[in-house]
Design a protein around this ligand. Structure first.
Ligand code: HEM
Length: 217
């Protein structure tokens, strides 16, 4: 890979380098899995389900609207090419993304009080909702102050939490295949869907500077 020299004026995220198509596969995987989860979630708009998820349906729909928009927009905000082509588009999509996170997290926090399996899931999902909101707010405040690098880091943490929706829906079926009881699996995933995501985000942010600092196209 050859590094393209950037000047401060042409590189809004100047410390990052573009990557070759081959290095972009994690980004594509993330984008496809995020899109798949958003499409899965959209099925709730087809009608009110019976049972648990039908009980607080308007809140669930608000949660899914926010979460779905965040899942669909988030990956594109990490694209160096897109930012370079139009910083205004990055700003507009970023505002919509953060508004979606605010809606999704406030509704998610409310749903956490009613989640199945009691206090372990109330606290697991509740903590996730608080951190999802707080990391988004911090990222926004950092960019308002013009601190681009800190904004990027908080956005990485925030999207790692958005991806909890993807990890949960992969972990739960795997646990059921491994014959873990549904009630136990649900309590475990209310934490396991987001704590490892944050650890991976921290590892990505703290590892020694690599020529490929960013994995998006
Ligand atoms: C990252 C922060 C998130 C938090 C704190 C959160 C929290 C919750 C909670 C508490 C429930 C109800 C669980 C129960 O009643 O047992 C729920 C359900 C649900 N959430 Fe989230 N959620 C988050 C992200 C997302 C995202 C990004 C989406 C994507 C659209 C999403 C889609 C759904 C769906 C579809 C359900 C219904 C259950 C299902 O069909 O799997 N959530 N969420």
């Amino acid at each position: 890979m050859t590094a393209t020299p950037y000047s401060a004026s042409t590189a809004p995220f100047g410390s990052q380098l573009p990557v070759s198509g081959r290095s972009a596969w994690p980004w594509w995987l993330m984008t496809i899995m995020s899109g798949g989860t958003a499409i899965y979630a959209a099925h709730y708009f087809l009608g009110r389900p019976t049972g648990h998820f039908g009980e607080h349906f308007p809140i669930l729909l608000a949660h899914i609207t926010g979460g779905g928009v965040a899942l669909l927009l988030g990956p594109w905000q990490f694209s160096t090419k897109l930012r370079e082509r139009s910083l205004n588009l990055h700003r507009s999509l970023g505002r919509i993304y953060l508004a979606a996170v605010a809606l999704g997290s406030l509704a998610g926090f409310t749903l956490a009080f009613f989640s199945e399996e009691g206090p372990p899931t109330h606290f697991g999902f509740g903590a996730l909702a608080v951190l999802w909101f707080a990391t988004g707010l911090t990222a926004y405040r950092r960019i308002l102050r013009g601190n681009i690098e800190s904004h990027r880091q908080w956005m990485v943490r925030n999207y790692a939490l958005t991806l909890a929706a993807v990890t949960l829906r992969n972990e739960l079926p795997l646990m059921l295949v491994a014959r873990v009881q549904l009630s136990d699996a649900y309590m475990i995933v209310s934490w396991l869907c987001w704590v490892p995501n944050l650890l991976v985000a921290e590892w990505l942010l703290r590892r020694p500077a690599s020529p490929v600092k960013q994995f998006s196209p």
